[in-house]
Design a protein around this ligand. Structure first.
Ligand SMILES: Nc1ncnc2c1ncn2[C@@H]1O[C@H](COP(=O)(O)OP(=O)(O)OP(=O)(O)O)[C@@H](O)[C@H]1O
Ligand SMILES: [Mg+2]
Length: 335
């Protein structure tokens, strides 16, 4: 199948208040029919990018084209062909799921009869039909996300933007949402642009991923291409005294090592077939009187790629994420 570009971004930049560089001169393309993901830590600039492409905030600089429409010049046209499921959920608690969907449909000018038919089909797809006429305040976090997916699709957009579609959900619910997202792409042919800071999510769900950090894209490719950046398995060794360790001697005596780096007081060794090289490295260190305190063998993962590129980990836990926070605030207001 011929690859067709549906989103083209060139040098897009957002500087808030003349000082916070949230998105720093990024360029990339999204292909029609793919699931494209932005993976990056908190504050990397993911939401800012999505909101620029959604016409919600104005770029400071740069060019973007969505399905042939130019951002800035053709914003009305862009709005008609995109759908958005924002990071901060928007459904009204005091309405039922169906009422929320119908409200969304009327905002997009979809007539009632069509909206109802589509709503029923989409609700069935995300297994929410039974709860359609319940108030949203009785929904679980996963049900809310599924409802928002339906709301984002009611006007049949060509492109669906999903900002952290599984934020704060447990592992099983997250996997279920992945299934729905794949299904939406496969059955409706929508192109999906999503953001996440869950590495497993990006790996399992996305056809291509841009890793974003501090407003910049630091790597872009398929999950496999990204993992190949590592050039093999990684062995992380903690020894009693790093000063006694000599990189040159190790590479001379053991073939197969493509890179040695010192990260966080530990030694990180890149090698093919880690399980074979590991015992040889331990023997080597023991021979030179170096005491090994701990050893880890890591197979290439996006987590490793991020660590390799930035020297930092992406923090995955969120003790009090924004959804829960908002739910709590709403509850407080009601009492
Ligand atoms: N309205 C604003 N005014 C000023 N600074 C902002 C504004 N919105 C975001 N920022 C800053 O821009 C940077 C990028 O924020 P953004 O929300 O795009 O990141 P993100 O990757 O979506 O993060 P998260 O994973 O937490 O959702 C951060 O430093 C943030 O503090
Ligand atoms: Mg965000």
């Amino acid at each position: 199948m011929k690859i067709k570009t549906i989103i083209k971004v060139d040098g897009l930049t957002k500087i808030y208040n003349g000082e916070v560089v949230a998105v720093d001169n990024i360029s990339f393309e999204v292909y029609e029919g793919e699931i494209f993901g932005f993976l990056g830590p908190n504050g990397a600039g993911k939401t800012t990018t999505i909101n620029m492409l959604n016409t919600l905030i104005k770029p400071t600089k740069g060019y973007a084209e969505i399905a042939g429409y130019k951002l800035g010049r053709d914003n009305d046209k862009i709005r008609k062909i995109i759908g958005l499921v924002p990071q901060e959920l928007t459904a009204d608690d005091e309405l039922t799921g169906m009422e929320n969907i119908m409200l969304q449909a009327s905002l997009y000018g979809v007539n009632k009869k069509t909206a109802k038919e589509r709503a029923e089909e989409l609700l069935g797809m995300v297994e929410l039909s039974d709860a359609a006429h319940r108030l949203v305040k009785t929904y679980s976090g996963g049900m809310r996300r599924r409802l928002e997916l339906v709301m984002g699709l009611i006007h049949r957009p060509k492109i669906l933007f999903l900002d952290e579609p599984t934020l704060g959900l447990d592992v099983q619910t997250r996997a279920k949402i992945w299934e729905y997202i794949k299904m939406l792409r496969d059955e409706f042919g929508v192109t999906i642009f999503m953001t996440t800071h869950y590495m497993e999510e990006a790996d399992k769900l996305c056809d291509r991923i841009g890793i974003i950090d501090k407003g910049k894209i630091i790597a872009l490719g398929t999950p496999t291409e990204l993992k190949n950046i590592l050039k093999g398995d990684i062995i992380v060794i903690e020894i009693d005294n790093v000063d006694n360790f000599n990189e040159e001697i190790l590479t001379k005596e053991i073939s197969n090592i493509s890179e040695i780096r010192r990260i966080d007081g530990k030694i990180s060794i890149t090698t093919e077939k880690g399980e074979n090289t590991l015992p040889r490295i331990i023997n080597h260190l023991t021979k030179y009187g170096i005491k090994v305190l701990s050893v880890e063998l890591l197979k290439p993962s996006l987590e490793q790629v991020f660590l390799y590129l930035t020297g930092r980990k992406i923090r995955e836990e969120e003790p009090m994420d924004s959804i829960r926070m908002r739910a709590i605030m709403r509850r407080r207001r009601r009492v």
